[in-house]
Ligand binder design. Structure first.
Ligand code: HEM
Length: 308
């Protein structure tokens, strides 16, 4: 198996930096651009080695439109843009762009230095269009006050869920990445009694336990995203983090890695579109997606191969 980029599998980190890039008008990802991208894994390794206490890790991913310029006609089997879901009654805008940098560490200064260096190196070809600093909130809670990430796959299951395997051997070790920036309506949320908040999430707030089936509405977040197919629950590896400022937007930078884009798309469809059982996710009465984009994160070997 090829080596996955370091930011996909590790447990939740205290800081995340999410940067979205668009290719500059009239610029093509030429030989010199590809040489620079090929050096990226070495830069990440050097930074991680120089700052062992930071537990620095990173991923770099490309969108479907940019992909052919970088890798030619060969592409991961299911690489496609962020989905447009029919019948949606909650917004899930596609703000598809060309490249994402997802940096993670216990120290924000390391993320800053790395992002700054990367942005300057790639400035000739790419404009940064959004930069968001995510942070751990209390004991890994979302700003709604609920623990986020509890039901993520653990141990060896993380790689099995997140990484492409032999089914697409050329791109094995890579991962399909989806992001959405959600803006929470905190004022409205905070006015709800905790019992109602719990019915909306589908778990208890303090003790982080799943509500029993009989108490959990079909409109609860958990009820929407838990999907069983052939006796197995579909899974994604979430690396989301809260972000925001007291005076500005605040919410969740939703981040999902998976060996296929289908799983995220099916979960999102059950959250926003009433076509499966007439219901949608009531969490979305309190939070609105304002961005959405899809990428493929190639293995380290596939990135390094760009130098040839
Ligand atoms: C406003 C945005 C969102 C918030 C605040 C949020 C919050 C949460 C919380 C608190 C949990 C329960 C704890 C846990 O297992 O992590 C959870 C579970 C989960 N969420 Fe979300 N989430 C959001 C968006 C999404 C989206 C867009 C998807 C996928 C399309 C998603 C997929 C999942 C999955 C798969 C679980 C685990 C369910 C289980 O196995 O019990 N979430 N989320």
């Amino acid at each position: 198996m090829n080596t996955p980029q370091s930011g996909i599998l590790p447990a939740a980190s205290s800081n995340g930096l999410f940067m979205l890039f668009r290719r500059r008008l009239g610029r093509r990802a030429d030989h010199s651009c590809k040489q620079k991208l090929a050096q990226w894994p070495d830069l990440v390794a050097q930074l991680a080695q120089a700052n062992p206490d930071a537990q620095f890790s990173a991923t770099l991913g490309f969108g479907a439109d940019l992909w052919p310029e970088i890798y030619g006609l060969e592409k991961p089997a299911h690489l496609r843009a962020f989905p447009r879901i029919s019948g949606a009654i909650h917004p899930a805008p596609s703000t598809q762009c060309d490249m994402i940098l997802h940096l993670r560490a216990e120290r924000y200064d390391v993320l800053y230095d790395c992002a700054d260096q990367f942005t300057q190196t790639m400035n000739e070809w790419f404009d940064a269009i959004e930069t968001i600093h995510g942070f751990r909130y209390r004991d890994q809670r979302d700003l709604t006050g609920f623990v986020d990430g509890t039901e993520n796959p653990q141990d060896d299951e993380r790689a099995a869920v997140a990484l492409v395997g032999v089914e697409d051997a050329k791109w094995a070790g890579g991962s399909y990445l989806h992001i959405q920036r959600y803006v929470h309506r905190m004022d409205n949320w905070n006015k709800l009694p905790v019992k109602q908040q719990e019915a909306i999430i589908g778990r208890t707030k303090d003790s982080d336990e799943e509500l029993p089936d009989e108490d959990r509405p079909q409109t609860a977040h958990i009820s929407r995203v838990v999907i069983e197919e052939e006796g197995e629950e579909l899974q994604i590896l979430r690396q989301s983090l809260p972000y925001g400022t007291p005076s500005g937007d605040k919410g969740l930078y939703f981040t999902s890695y998976c060996k296929t884009p289908d799983t995220f798309e099916k979960m999102l469809a059950r959250m926003i579109s009433p076509t499966t059982d007439g219901r949608v996710d009531h969490l979305l009465n309190f939070s609105r997606a304002v961005t959405g984009a899809a990428f493929f994160v190639p293995s380290i070997e596939a990135l390094q191969g760009l130098k040839d």
